[in-house]
Design a protein around this ligand. Structure first.
Ligand code: SF4
Ligand code: SF4
Ligand code: FES
Length: 243
């Protein structure tokens, strides 16, 4: 016989008059291979029709199901209840705007991040769709590919102490984004431009380096390596004498 699970879920609808943040408990019989996505759907179908939470792909790809599961930011769709104790506490991720219950708005934050960091290749070269693709060495291409694996789930920001006290902090997701373009030889931003962008308290200098982000990143991005690369580049710019 399966276990009886108790879900303690944060409930609050900011658009509802007089609603107050509170915890509600729901019981559910555990079934084989039950994950948090399926469990929340059962709870919504059978016990709490107004429960708000986000899921799209159910496969760890879209990044929409980040939430705090027993205190740890992670993806609901990739978390099996069998890996958790019988009491499961679910909270929305901090740092992002709360939409209601377990649902937060990561999209607006990531869009603003893209604009702030100008997340596109900066080049004077005219794009010629008929030209042959330029070659890139494998090691560089792999580094770019690795950074591009970020699914923008926001778990790194929810687990980051600096982000909780500085809402403008770029977090691991932002630093990873910078690393992605910094390593790309097609991006012609110069050393000073990179320095201005990342060498601030909101950027690499605000990062305390305890790597909670690395522990919780569900895509296992090589964040440690990326941060070290950014630090090396910025130190190099300083040593050369920033102009
Ligand atoms: S190392 Fe720590 S401070 Fe820096 S981004 Fe990761 S969690 Fe935040
Ligand atoms: S770096 Fe990792 S934890 Fe952060 S948003 Fe990207 S995939 Fe999620
Ligand atoms: S639902 Fe897409 S990552 Fe979980």
């Amino acid at each position: 016989m399966g276990r009886t699970l108790t879900f303690k879920i944060f409930r609050y609808n900011p658009t509802k008059d007089n609603d107050q943040p509170h915890i509600e408990s729901y019981e559910l019989e555990e079934t084989p291979r039950l994950n948090i996505f399926t469990a929340l759907n059962f709870i919504r179908e059978q016990q709490a029709p107004d429960l708000m939470f986000d899921f799209v792909c159910r496969a760890g790809i879209c990044g929409s199901c980040g939430m705090m599961i027993n205190g740890r930011p992670t993806l609901g769709c990739r978390t099996l209840t069998s890996d958790l104790p019988t009491t499961i506490e679910l909270f929305p991720m901090p740092f992002f705007k709360l939409l209601g219950d377990l649902s937060v708005d990561t999209g607006v934050w990531f869009r603003q991040l893209g604009e702030q960091l100008e997340s596109w290749i900066h080049t004077d070269k005219e794009f010629d769709p008929t030209a042959e693709e330029e070659r890139m060495d494998n090691a560089t291409a792999n580094k770019i590919y690795d950074a591009e694996r970020c699914i923008e789930c926001g778990c790194c920001l929810a687990g980051c102490a600096t982000a909780q006290v500085n809402p403008d902090f770029l977090g691991a997701a932002g630093l990873n984004r910078i690393g992605r373009f910094l390593v790309d030889p097609r991006d012609k931003r110069n050393d000073n431009e990179w320095f201005e962008l990342v060498s601030t308290d909101e950027g690499i200098f605000g990062c305390i380096g305890m790597m909670a982000c690395d522990d919780v990143c569900p895509k296992d991005l090589p964040l440690l390596e990326i941060f070290a690369y950014i630090r090396r580049k910025m130190s190099g710019t300083l040593l050369k004498g920033k102009t």
